[in-house]
Design a protein around this ligand. Structure first.
Ligand code: ATP
Ligand code: FE
Length: 356
């Protein structure tokens, strides 16, 4: 089956072509991602209205580019998969309308995909992981543990109750005068830092379960920074490195301990070959990754981290998730709606009607 995937839920316009065989590995024929970073640069974040317009303008170019790179035309495509939520609603609508247009014009089957399901199923696309596996989604906008039992069968074990870790990394970078995106910058500074100099809190470790909190960490860092600045009338390079290392160690420890608990809950499912998979930009952090790998090896679980280009927003993951849903007999029609919110443990948007 050759599937066209579309993604436009945040600030990347993406189209991809994927070939899926019944029992073989899926093959990415092309994957085009057009970022919008420059458009939002002066605003301190993604502006929904600007994002929506850019998606509406770029989706057709993106599809054409994906077809060209795969050496195909629409006549070679056999199904269309599109992100139908959750995300910035203007962008999601643009994608859904584009997909409906293609499906109506060609008569191809259409399937709406949950963006988070796309991320959560990526380990199956890249590493052919079997169900059920434990997934830690850790990005700029999300942080949650999921037991992935099937393409439409997820159990959420817990997640952040405030900021996502990537967001915290970005805010910490801002507090220390480092450029955005903050994660890689903070990681680089931390390399020459001493993580023991500042002992930042490990929030919610005293509470049972897998919920996490990261907003207090950045407040603690702000206080430490201001104390140094008041005492020494400025930050040295070493101060900054130590602050970064202390912060990163705290995020690592929280994620590692909560992962330990999530693994324990997941093992109750008695998977034959336990797998811990991670996705999201923060999974690129070597210190955090080592913390997670260590926890996985403690219980003999395989650790899977897809390449970064497939961990961040892309349309290949949407095509892949769409392919699995089609194999389960799922189809959408012109009643498919775009949803700003769509928790992973709920079913398809058409079945739920519109709204939140
Ligand atoms: P989402 O996909 O959840 O809507 P997003 O698009 O912001 O959010 P990603 O593209 O997956 O998320 O990841 C970007 C985030 O990852 C940023 O917050 C960035 O700072 C963080 N990040 C990237 N590299 C690193 C790193 N080496 N260490 C820590 N954080 C990192
Ligand atoms: Fe995403």
């Amino acid at each position: 089956l050759t599937i066209l995937g579309l993604e436009s839920s945040c600030d990347d316009t993406a189209a991809a072509l994927l070939r899926m065989e019944p029992d073989g590995p899926a093959q990415i024929l092309s994957s085009v991602v057009l970022g919008q970073t420059a458009l939002h640069a002066g605003f301190g974040g993604v502006v929904p209205e600007i994002a929506a317009r850019a998606h509406a303008e770029k989706l057709d170019t993106c599809v054409r580019e994906a077809l060209m790179r795969a050496g195909m035309t629409l006549a070679d495509v056999e199904a269309v998969a599109v992100t139908a939520g959750p995300g910035l609603i203007g962008g999601v609508i643009a994608g859904v309308m584009c997909a409906k247009g293609i499906a109506a014009g060609t008569g191809l089957p259409l399937v709406g995909v949950n963006h988070l399901a796309g991320h959560a199923l990526t380990p199956r696309l890249t590493d052919q992981v079997a169900y059920p596996y434990l997934m830690l989604l850790v990005s700029g906008g999300h942080c949650q543990f999921l037991i992935v039992r099937g393409a439409d069968d997820f159990t959420r074990l817990g997640g952040t109750i405030d900021d996502a870790p990537g967001e915290a990394f970005d805010k910490v970078a801002r507090l220390l005068g480092l450029p955005q995106p903050g994660g890689p910058m903070v990681e680089r500074e931390a390399l020459s830092g001493d993580e023991a100099r500042f002992r930042f809190p490990r929030p919610l470790l005293d509470r049972p379960g897998c919920d996490m909190s990261f907003s207090g960490l950045k407040t603690a860092l702000l206080r430490a920074r201001d104390t140094i600045v008041a005492e020494n009338s400025g930050l040295t390079r070493q101060d900054r490195a130590d602050l970064c290392a202390g912060f990163q160690a705290s995020v690592r420890d929280v994620l590692a301990e909560k992962t330990r608990r999530a693994l324990a809950a997941y093992l109750d499912d008695t998977p034959a070959q336990p797998v811990l998979a991670v996705a999201g930009g923060v999974a690129a952090n070597a210190t955090i990754r080592l913390g997670l790998e260590t926890v996985a090896s403690e219980i003999g679980a395989r650790f899977v981290a897809p390449p970064l280009a497939l961990c961040t927003d892309n349309a290949a993951m949407i095509a892949y998730a769409g392919g699995e849903l089609l194999a389960l007999g799922r189809r959408d029609d012109m009643t498919l709606v775009a949803r700003p919110r769509w928790p992973l443990d709920q079913t398809s948007p058409a079945m739920l009607g519109s709204g939140r």
